[in-house]
Design a binder for this molecule. Sequence first.
Ligand SMILES: *[C@@H]1O[C@H](CO)[C@@H](O)[C@H](O)[C@H]1NC(C)=O
Ligand SMILES: *[C@@H]1O[C@H](CO)[C@@H](O)[C@H](O)[C@H]1NC(C)=O
Ligand SMILES: *[C@@H]1O[C@H](CO)[C@@H](O)[C@H](O)[C@H]1NC(C)=O
Length: 471
Amino acid sequence: MWKTTTVIFVLAIGIALLLRTNPVNVPDLPETFWGPERNKEASKEVRSFTIAVSKSVIDDLNERLKNRRELVEPLEDAAWTYGMNTTYLKDVLEYWSTNYNWTERQALLNKYPQYMTNIQGLDIHFYRVKPNVSQTKLKILPLLILHGWPGSVVEFQKIIPLLTTPRPDKDFVFEVIAPSLPGYGFSQAAVRQGLGPPQMAVIFKNLMLRLGHDKFYTQGGDWGAAIITHLSTFFPNNVLGTHSNMCMGKVKSNTLWRFIGAFIPSLVVESEYANRMYPLGYHTGRLLEETGYMHIQASKPDTIGTAVAASPVALAAYILEKFSTWTNPEYRFRADGGLLEKFTLDELLDNIMLYWVTNSFTTSVRLYAEQFTKASMTNGIDELPVDVPVACAAFPHELAYEPKSLLGNKFTNLIQFNHLPRGGHFPAFEEPTLLADDIFNFVFTVENIRKKNNAKNTPNAEKKIKEPMKI
Ligand SMILES: *[C@@H]1O[C@H](CO)[C@@H](O)[C@H](O)[C@H]1NC(C)=O
Ligand SMILES: *[C@@H]1O[C@H](CO)[C@@H](O)[C@H](O)[C@H]1NC(C)=O
Ligand SMILES: *[C@@H]1O[C@H](CO)[C@@H](O)[C@H](O)[C@H]1NC(C)=O
């Protein structure tokens, strides 16, 4: 019964959305100054940056870890279904305060060259890793790679060398630019409202231009995926191609198609993947179960931010739960949350440290609030097509599944759509080789099409790059 009700409810919403006839006014994306007044005079130079957390910050952290309150015992046999298992958490906290060695971890995070530069009033932190190549035959392609929440540039430590190392069968290699999102890690946060994903796209376009790259590839998941989608929408002349591990075709008509597919799945999705979307009631229920965090972060970011950022215990519990369940939903039924299946505890703590030492948790969750303001929900940006070449990598444990047929309504030039054999929401962190291979294959295809078009001397070759998808 409740399933039918859900279905009717979703249908009603779908129709209501479709019948709204507001024209899509392409919003203006001004070069807003997001920083504090004192940054008005900031220079535009690109400064070298090294992570150097003072001893007092680490001593203070260890003090807090030592003086923590007793944790409330988990319910019998609950595993991680009530949230993080606090018995397990106790072991993590013990490890953090005794075995985790920040001096060593910091040195690892400083292994690749990092920089800072001021864009639109904000100091933006980024890795810029050039390939180690001697052969001049290789084409070096800039790749902007963006993380999401509750991640950071820590997610990219293993994939960076895979992208900057030449491959025998490819005549190109990447220069990787991996920034921290504004308000995350070492990137400064906005002091005024409105810095959502489309506005971040402007910042990162400006970052790439500042580095001398007026044409580049983009890659991302989670918020990173949203930002590169906007970047491709608004700056198609700068984006050579976009590879996403969380493609979202959020055009309104897709809401109706998803619903119709609940009755006739074959209209929407290949039978092999139908269980990733349907039954609709089951998947909607799962999404509700996993997205409570989103509602509070979108509506009261500073309240939840203050609570979580106040203690390393709270921060670890809140973030680690996501790295368990979003890696594989079945892990919530395991006593250990499957946390060490794909990650080491050191890696997971590195990511938490970037939130802790910069005290950036509150500013990181404000991104949800900026996404869900009335202004950004009604600006029509999601209705705009992406015409640059796109690859969608569908990892089996991603939170939601978008079938190829619906993605085509948003991404008019979907060149590659692969179902990867393993991995969840954090593929760069979990399955760096699978992700790097998928990126290389996509760029190989795009570069070949471009070469062919150039050879044919097609006018507007850059725009016309199009070829039927191979599935
Ligand atoms: C929590 O984790 C500990 C340590 O892994 C385990 O022994 C315990 O059974 C788990 N508790 C629950 C309720 O799953
Ligand atoms: C952490 O690692 C550094 C560098 O390897 C070492 O000098 C230091 O003694 C270690 N600290 C602890 C507490 O083990
Ligand atoms: C580049 O690679 C070569 C060969 O693998 C190595 O000898 C050299 O040290 C590397 N240089 C840098 C800067 O990593």
